[in-house]
Design a protein. Structure first.
Length: 212
């Protein structure tokens, strides 16, 4: 209903890295996006080596209900070029949004003139079956100081969890041909942090793989 009423006029292009996802994980990830209160989403699934048969079957099942889903065979930079949204949100298909208001909170920060915004998250160790998180979160949205901005540019090593404006992402791709979290933060004149755990990162899979 929110989509029909046009409550969210700005499209968010959700760019999902798919190559590490295993059967069952992607259904959980999709559910996190398709139940968001921010409904104006375009989902781009990025794969360098092709989709698994399970994922292909799942996409065929939900495509009639969620037509704004497309597969990009190639790189994250190519997905940026094909995206139609005013904002881009990067994520891994084996991770999970933990709050239905996650995207709405991030967009609200960007609408205050911020070009890059990210949040806290929990980490799920799949081998030990342990969840790690920071005990004390303020739930506040704060603009990064210059020192925090520079620190984030060196400490954030993954695009996952970043919401960025399309113009900044497109310019990075135009200049360098690729896209990284460091490049986005260095290019942004203003960045913000939502001090709340909005998603869950999974790591240490059964085969010993690490999701970065």
């Amino acid at each position: 209903m929110k989509a029909i009423l046009g409550d969210n006029p700005d499209v968010i292009s959700v760019i999902l890295a798919a190559d590490q996802a295993q059967s069952g994980e992607f259904e959980r990830c999709f559910e996190g996006f398709l139940t968001q209160i921010y409904t104006n989403l375009e989902l781009l699934i990025v794969t360098a080596k092709g989709l698994t048969s399970d994922l292909q079957t799942y996409l065929k099942t939900i495509k009639p209900y969620y037509p704004n889903i497309k597969v990009v065979t190639g790189t994250m930079a190519q997905a940026v070029k094909q995206s139609q949204g005013s904002y881009l949100y990067f994520f891994n298909l084996d991770d999970l949004l933990s709050e239905k208001t996650a995207l709405a909170q991030l967009v609200a920060a960007c609408q205050q003139g911020v070009q890059v915004v990210y949040s806290g998250y929990q980490r799920l160790d799949l081998q030990k079956k342990v969840i790690y998180w920071q005990k004390h979160r303020s739930n506040e949205v704060r603009a990064l100081s210059l020192a925090e901005h520079q620190k984030a540019a060196t400490e954030l090593t993954s695009l996952a969890g970043l919401l960025v404006t399309k113009d900044v992402a497109a310019e990075i791709v135009r200049q360098s041909g690729g896209i990284t979290s460091a490049g986005l933060l260095k290019a942004a004149t203003k960045a913000a942090f939502v001090d709340r755990d909005l998603w869950i990162q999974s790591f240490n899979k059964v085969r010993g793989e690490t999701n970065a």
